[in-house]
Design a binder for this molecule. Structure first.
Ligand code: HEM
Length: 520
């Protein structure tokens, strides 16, 4: 899960900083360095100044309130931090006390060092394509429910699509991770949806708590603040207790993530499928940790990981995809032509293979994630002093404990990588254009050994995060014409108090049924 607040405070004010956008408070060449400077390059002190620009510099410094931070923006140095030198930068800049917050405290995103390595290797095999592919039918069931809901509500007026996307992703998580129906489209009091809103709500104490948790981890520890409140933890506990006991009693086996976690507990580790073995032969090594002491508490925490890391990120993205399609009706039409053609070939069935053949759909999703990445930045802690950069360019000694910020959003808006960056243009992600050249400048899912688990790819590209968004978009675009309603503020304004990017006043769209012969 990304560090949005870091970005929110530091980069969200468009300034005349790097390339006309973002980064307001960094400068390598400041004439009068403040006294916090402590990074050395070839014997020289790099100033962490309060104003200035980073243009042309591979890295620079700024303050996170009172803490000096290092920002890296050069793709080669990013490769060092995220991949080549991962052993020197393996931790995220978060602190979550497992005794205080047992569910968030077991989420890989918050774990550090060896503990992170163990948990990541325990649950990674659950994300391989062979294990996740059968979950696709669970996603399409939710797509059907969303379609039925829209057929009912859209004739009455515009629909707020962030709310609708939250219903969709909470139902997908309820089904794939907890093995129950979320009912967000039919029940106004749906419990999973409520839990999600509660976790990510942006107001009053909720926002203040997040700021303390993210920027003042020691104070958060002292105040014993939790990411997941006791009330929500209780809700997840009771849901899981009921589902586990039902499965035990009835012997029900379901193709879902929960079943895989139950298997880890029973067998010590997940057996590799044929596909997984093939992946290993092709050196896409899938880690399979020995899972000693994997118990119900771990099952609960890792099912909740699905919720915590996948629910809001995916809902925010889905809502922005729909917004961009409504703003760019020509692109929507091109996409619809592709979706119709693939569905016609498959007698109207929306299958996993069908969405994989929809290349333009993938490009639309990728371009949306460039313009609207849910995580605006990453923050890695230097775990072992080292040097970054290469002579004749600047070389920097990074001290242990230094936090390195990776400005995802600024890279995505940098015209040297993405010309005319404000323009929504899926062609940037056509096969000819992508290749290697976007590595380390396009980072919506991070990179390296800590890359988003919802995105890892083994053998064939079933990535959970992408699949759930593509299924929803394919279903919506094939069934409805989507247009912007004037209730949406124009131009849109991002609400700085939201944990993940969201639009002030909401995204209101009109959905006109197309009446396809066979519905998906
Ligand atoms: C649009 C959807 C999503 C986006 C944009 C997104 C983005 C991210 C990003 C930027 C990170 C940090 C990566 C890094 O540090 O290099 C991350 C981590 C993670 N994500 Fe996602 N994510 C999405 C959906 C999901 C879903 C659906 C799941 C689960 C099913 C998931 C599970 C995780 C986990 C477990 C981590 C922590 C990985 C670790 O630290 O080892 N994400 N995600």
């Amino acid at each position: 899960m990304p560090n949005y607040f870091g970005s929110c405070v530091l980069f969200s004010q468009p300034t005349d900083g790097v390339n006309g956008r973002d980064v307001g408070i960094c400068d390598l060449d400041s004439g009068s360095p403040p006294d916090v400077a402590h990074h050395q390059t070839e014997g020289q002190t790099i100033a962490l100044a309060e104003t200035g620009k980073l243009e042309g510099h591979p890295f620079g410094g700024y303050y996170n309130y009172v803490t000096p931070m290092l920002m890296v923006r050069d793709p080669e140095i990013l490769r060092t931090v995220l991949v080549k030198g991962f052993s020197n930068f393996h931790d995220n800049d978060f602190h979550m006390d497992v005794s205080l917050d047992p569910l968030a405290g077991r989420n890989p995103f918050f774990l550090k060092g060896e503990r992170w390595r163990t948990v990541r290797s325990q649950i990674t095999p659950a994300f391989t394509s062979g294990k996740i592919k059968p979950m696709f039918s669970l996603m399409t069931e939710v797509c059907q429910e969303m379609k039925t809901y829209l057929e009912k509500v859209s004739p009455q007026g515009p629909v707020e699509v962030k709310e609708m996307s939250n219903k969709y992703t909470s139902d997908v998580v309820a089904s794939c991770a907890y093995g129950i129906k979320g009912d967000a489209f039919t029940n106004p009091d749906a419990k999973f949806l409520k839990a999600g809103k509660n976790l990510f709500k942006a107001s009053g104490w909720g926002t203040a708590k997040m700021i303390i948790l993210i920027f003042f981890p020691k104070l958060a520890s002292f105040l014993r603040l939790r990411f997941i409140s006791k009330e929500i933890e209780q809700f997840f506990r009771s849901v899981l207790r009921d589902v586990l006991s039902l499965r035990e009693k009835s012997g029900i086996v379901r193709n879902d993530f929960l079943q895989l976690l139950i298997q880890i507990k029973a067998k010590g580790q997940l057996p590799l499928t044929q596909q997984d073995k093939l992946a290993n032969e092709n050196t896409k090594k899938i880690p399979t940790g020995e899972n000693t002491n994997y118990g119900d508490e771990d099952i609960l925490a890792h099912a909740t990981t699905f919720f915590l890391d996948g629910y809001e990120t995916s809902a925010a993205t889905l809502s922005f995809i729909l917004l961009e399609l409504a703003l760019n009706t020509d692109i929507q039409e091109t996409l619809r032509t592709e979706i119709d053609a693939v569905l016609d070939e498959d007698q109207g069935e929306l299958s996993y293979d069908a969405i994989n053949r929809m290349k333009y759909l993938g490009m639309v999703v990728s371009e949306t994630l460039r313009l609207h990445p849910p995580g605006l930045s990453l923050a890695r802690v230097c775990t072992k002093a080292c040097e970054i950069g290469e002579s004749p360019g600047p070389v920097l000694k990074v001290e242990q404990g230094t936090v390195v910020t990776i400005p995802i959003n600024s890279l995505h808006m940098d015209p040297q990588y993405f010309p005319d960056p404000e323009r929504f243009d899926p062609e940037r992600f056509s096969e000819e254009n992508v290749q290697q050249k976007l590595r380390f400048v396009y980072l919506p899912f991070g990179e390296g050994p800590r890359q988003c688990l919802g995105m890892i790819q083994f053998v064939i590209s079933f990535r959970f995060a992408l699949a759930q968004m593509k299924a929803a978009v394919a279903s919506l675009v094939s069934n409805f014409e989507i247009t912007l309603n004037k209730k949406t503020r124009s131009p849109i304004v991002i609400d700085p108090t939201c944990l993940m990017p969201c639009v002030i006043g909401g995204i209101w769209l009109d959905f006109k049924p197309r009446g396809r012969a066979k519905s998906v």
